[in-house]
Write a protein that binds this ligand. Structure first.
Ligand code: CP
Ligand code: NVA
Length: 331
């Protein structure tokens, strides 16, 4: 399958018409809600090919001479290392920029930062607090911008996650993913992409910690077109019939101050052996975007069980992001 090139978000900057196939067309990777099923499948196809070829010893040079600026306003292990390795393995270079070290930390505006970086590098990846910051970067940069996590979404994670499920199950459409815990950025990206791909997504969350109603509405709309069931429940019984149980930390980056109170609220939603058994499926997979707070949202027993595919997920960040980088940056 071939992905259609993403439409430009800033026609003024690119001077190109929407959907132009020109490599100079502005293309961003900001939220999975922007993408079509075919685009997502195009990323999967390319990621799987690059992964297979790399494992067979092939050297890739798709991004020879290209440079990616990587802005981090929050910590990271997987995103930082996988993007840097992806650039290197494609013949290019990734440059780590800590939000605190940039002039951004001293009040330089996002639009000015976007305009300046666009004069030096071929694309920008950013991990930010406010989603509007990565949108502003995309609006004012004249090079592609990739969302490496915002408080609202984590599209690189969602892409790698569905790629991982596809590898393990051989299909996506008709499967059921139960997301258990905090209705956060990761849950949002799983909802967006699941709905497009025909995956039923059930969010099993405590009262007051539901995913954004707007996200649920968009996913439900898409789900009606693909046959995906989108559901939010407070009842643990919602995991019944799930092919995949997915969880994330109870207090995301920036919410550390709420940790103690959240532990009390989320305790019944811990993914343990009993909750896995509630799926009624012995082959149900366990997923987590990592980092995990073992003993909180997931027990060691589940995280280290044969059904856990958490490290395959982490590895696939590398392969999925290579597909994104090639589609956005290659000539
Ligand atoms: N899953 C993920 O994005 O991990 P990092 O915070 O380590 O990048
Ligand atoms: N929801 C988590 C994801 C970390 C990869 C956070 O935002 O901290």
């Amino acid at each position: 399958m071939t992905a259609t090139i993403m439409t430009t978000k800033n026609p003024k900057a690119s001077g190109k018409t929407r959907g132009s196939l020109s490599s100079s067309c502005r293309k961003n990777f900001i939220t999975l809600s922007d993408m079509t099923r075919r685009e997502l499948e195009g990323y999967f196809d390319l990621a799987l090919r690059l992964k297979r070829e790399r494992k067979a010893g092939r050297i890739h040079r798709h991004l020879a001479g290209k440079n990616l600026a990587m802005i981090f306003q929050k910590p990271s292990t997987r995103t930082r290392v996988s993007f840097e390795m992806a650039m290197r393995q494609l013949g290019g270079h990734g440059m780590y920029l800590s939000g605190n070290d940039l002039q951004l930390g001293r009040g330089e505006t996002i639009p000015d930062t976007a305009r300046v970086l666009s004069r030096y590098v071929d694309a920008v990846m950013a991990r930010v607090f406010a989603h509007s910051d990565v949108e502003a970067l995309a609006e004012h940069a004249t090079v592609p911008v990739i969302n490496g996590l915002s408080d609202w979404s984590h599209p690189c994670q969602g892409l790698a996650d569905y790629l991982t499920i596809l590898e393990h199950k051989g299909k996506l459409k008709g499967l059921t993913l139960a997301y258990v815990g905090d209705g956060n950025n990761v849950a949002h990206s799983l909802l967006f992409a699941g709905a497009k791909l025909g995956v039923n997504v059930v969010c099993v969350v405590p009262q007051g910690y539901e995913p954004d109603a707007k996200v649920v509405a968009i996913a439900s709309d898409d789900g009606r077109k693909t046959g995906a069931r989108i559901e939010v429940t407070h009842d643990l019984v919602g995991v019944l019939g799930a092919d995949v149980i997915y969880t994330d930390v109870w207090a995301s980056m920036g919410r550390e101050g709420e940790h103690a109170q959240r532990v009390r609220v989320f305790k019944p939603y811990q993914v343990n052996a009993a909750l896995m058994a509630m799926t009624g499926k012995s082959g149900a997979l366990f997923m987590h975007c990592l980092p995990a707070h073992r003993g909180e949202e997931v027990t060691d027993e589940v995280a280290d069980s044969p059904n856990s595919i958490i490290f395959d997920q982490a590895e696939n960040r590398l392969h999925a992001q290579k597909a994104v980088l090639v589609k956005l940056m290659a000539d």
